[in-house]
Design a binder for this molecule. Structure first.
Ligand code: FMN
Ligand code: SF4
Ligand code: SF4
Length: 290
């Protein structure tokens, strides 16, 4: 529900233009909260009003601090995007409390479809719990490996001859290596990270998976700025989807779906260069193109 102070509203129409739900109309006396049932509480009308004439009663006014413009240069952002690497060697120390809070805060300001804001964040920063999760992942991978290794033959049947032979050999080697990874002193499951950030949600809203992807990437970019390494943990995310015991050992609340897992920690690897990407494939349709 909006409270609009008509004594200061200048009828500029900015709020109505910014509103995604066409909630506001401009009438003779100024802006009117015409269709409040369409409001998704995005806060845009409050944030855009040049004279602070609008209050959304569901929102704390202190949650609307003045913008800092420009916040960073394009060059700085471009360096950040290029500098971020998937880190796979971490120091043992868990993240500081201050860093954990900063990472969660950066995710919290990511956009969500229909402004659902249904994502929740679980940060496992306890070495004992991390060890339990790693062991559970190793066990689950071994089970999975013994189940699927007999199926490589079907992969061969499904593919062309030469390609299939190579793919079968390489798939088998990788799977065997991962299955034995822990025994060989390696950690292919958490990549030696002392911290795991899990994005989960009870409501499976329409765009929840995409929302989690965006929020997760906010975490990774913020981590890069803070000198923290990160790697998306597709294995943990997938295992949580397959298996309730993985969710339980990871302390995911009952009935919640894991939408993203990110391994984090202080990096024990230093890159000197950014990496090559294949040439970008994009098409820009300009004015006049048939
Ligand atoms: C996955 C996703 C889908 C979205 N789809 C739409 C859309 O179809 N139309 C639209 O106007 N806004 C869309 N949005 C924008 C959200 O409504 C917006 O992010 C949210 O209200 C929060 O506002 P903010 O992005 O200004 O913080 C989408 C956002 C996300 C993350
Ligand atoms: S909070 Fe967002 S959706 Fe609601 S009236 Fe304001 S601009 Fe429109
Ligand atoms: S943005 Fe503010 S001043 Fe402009 S029409 Fe809306 S309430 Fe009135």
């Amino acid at each position: 529900m909006l409270k609009i102070d008509s004594s200061i509203c200048t009828s500029c129409g900015s709020c109505a233009r910014a509103c995604p739900g066409y909630v506001i109309e401009i009438e003779a006396g100024g802006a009117v909260d015409k269709y409040p049932e369409n409001c998704i509480d995005c806060g845009h009308c409050v944030a855009v009003c040049p004279v602070d004439a609008i209050v959304n009663e569901r929102m704390d006014p202190s949650g609307f601090p003045a913008r800092v413009d420009p916040c960073i240069s394009f060059e700085a952002f471009n360096h950040l995007a290029r500098n971020r690497r998937s880190t796979r060697r971490f120091k043992k120390d868990p993240l500081s409390r201050e860093h954990v809070e900063k990472l969660v805060d950066s995710a919290h300001y990511a956009p969500t479809g229909e402004n659902a804001q249904e994502l929740e964040y679980l940060v496992i920063n306890d070495p004992a719990r991390i060890a339990m999760i790693r062991d559970a992942m190793a066990r689950q991978f071994k089970q999975l490996h013994s189940l699927v290794k007999g199926l490589y033959g079907f992969v061969v049947l499904a593919m062309g001859k030469e390609e299939a032979r190579r793919s079968r050999a390489s798939l088998g080697r990788i799977m065997a290596k991962w299955a034995e990874g822990k025994d060989a002193g390696e950690d292919p499951f958490l990549r030696t990270a002392p911290t795991l950030l899990i994005i989960h949600s009870k409501q499976k809203t329409f765009m929840a998976q995409t929302d989690a992807g965006i929020a997760g990437y906010h975490v990774m970019l913020a981590a890069e700025v803070l000198g923290i390494g990160s790697v998306w943990n597709g294995f943990h995310q997938t295992f949580c989807g397959l298996n309730g015991s993985m969710r339980r050992v990871s302390l995911v609340p009952k009935g919640h779906k894991v939408l993203a897992s990110i391994s984090l920690g202080y990096p024990d690897v230093k890159y000197r260069r950014n990496v090559f990407r294949r040439p970008v494939r994009s098409r820009i349709v300009d004015h006049g193109e048939p």
